[in-house]
Write a protein that binds this ligand. Structure first.
Ligand code: GLU
Ligand code: ZN
Length: 305
């Protein structure tokens, strides 16, 4: 059975971009007679904004994006993270890293927005400490996969570079690590999310196979941008409309879905039923981002501009 999910970080209320991502994962799951689960990514404490979990869940409910099964939270999975980390340590696949972000920036030749680490500490045998991070000795062989929207993802990564962090120097488990365990625990087999996470999928793919977890299918949908910048909960981008049907219809237009005129006045549930029956992933193939149109901008309260 298809099992999909939406995994918001409660760093602020949902904005139009996150609603589009939620809709895409919901519609893809429902179109495939699957389940759609919700997980709250709540362990990155510096990013958490109090009250936003409730606001997010309420908004999803109001929009008719009803989830299956019970909500899960990363904060409930700490024991599993610990066990997985121990298992990786036992296999000698981890090491302690003392490099600061600044130091890595200085040594990296990569011009992408993701830092490429040169495995500086791999063979240094530093003892564990409360100020160092833990990295995974990555194996990027056979991490090529086909993204259902972005096409074949081939990685010509030299296997000797870019071991990635699984426990941060502030001693919090890293997103790349937790997400793989969370998805496995929820039996998720289809991951639909924004293209802002496409580049890190290779790390998750790699970890997923090291941990012998079941294979997942990926689809990265275009992200919403305004003046060339992506919307962000943490930056204070909010929804500026309470018209739920309008938000859903604009979300469908953003995802380039066919819309019947009379459906626009329907209830959120009616709109979503129509949209899941008619869900089509072809119109957004290969699109990484889409600039919002003027009506869509109206439903974004962009406090940065
Ligand atoms: N919690 C992540 C975010 O809000 C998404 C995680 C994921 O979909 O893998 O950006
Ligand atoms: Zn290091």
């Amino acid at each position: 059975m298809y099992i999909g999910r939406f995994a918001p970080t409660p760093s602020g209320p949902l904005h139009f971009g996150s609603i589009v991502t939620a809709m895409a994962s919901y519609l893809d799951a429902k179109h495939n007679n699957g389940k759609w689960k919700v997980r709250i990514d709540d362990i990155d404490s510096p990013r958490i904004l109090e009250g936003s979990e409730l606001a997010i869940l309420k908004k999803l409910e109001n929009l008719g994006l009803h989830w299956d099964d019970k909500i899960s939270r990363q904060s409930e999975n700490i024991k599993e993270y610990k066990n997985a980390l121990e298992a990786l340590k036992k296999k000698n696949l981890t090491y302690n890293c003392r490099c600061s972000r600044k130091k890595i920036l200085e040594s990296t030749q990569s011009d992408s927005d993701e830092l490429t680490y040169n495995n500086h500490c791999r063979n240094r045998q530093y003892p564990p400490s409360h100020t160092s991070s833990i990295r995974l000795i990555a194996n990027y062989k056979s991490t090529n996969f086909n993204d259902r929207a972005q096409g074949p993802q081939c990685h010509n990564i030299n296997n000797s570079i870019n071991d990635f962090i699984i426990k941060r120097s502030d001693q919090l488990y890293a997103y790349q690590f937790t997400v793989v365990i969370d998805d496995e625990l929820q039996s998720v087999n289809n991951i639909v999310r924004g293209t802002d996470l496409l580049n890190s999928t290779i790390k998750q793919y790699c970890l997923n196979s090291i941990l012998n977890f079941s294979k997942k299918t990926y689809m990265h949908v275009p992200i919403a941008i305004i003046n060339n910048q992506k919307l962000s909960k943490g930056n204070g981008d909010k929804l500026n409309s309470n018209n739920l049907s309008l938000i859903l219809v604009e979300g469908l237009k953003f995802l380039k879905q066919k819309i019947q005129k009379d459906i626009e006045d329907g209830s959120p549930e009616e709109i979503l039923k129509y949209a899941s029956d008619n869900w089509n992933t072809k119109p957004f193939q290969k699109l990484r981002s889409i600039e919002l149109n003027p009506t869509q901008c109206l439903i974004v309260d962009n406090t940065r501009t």
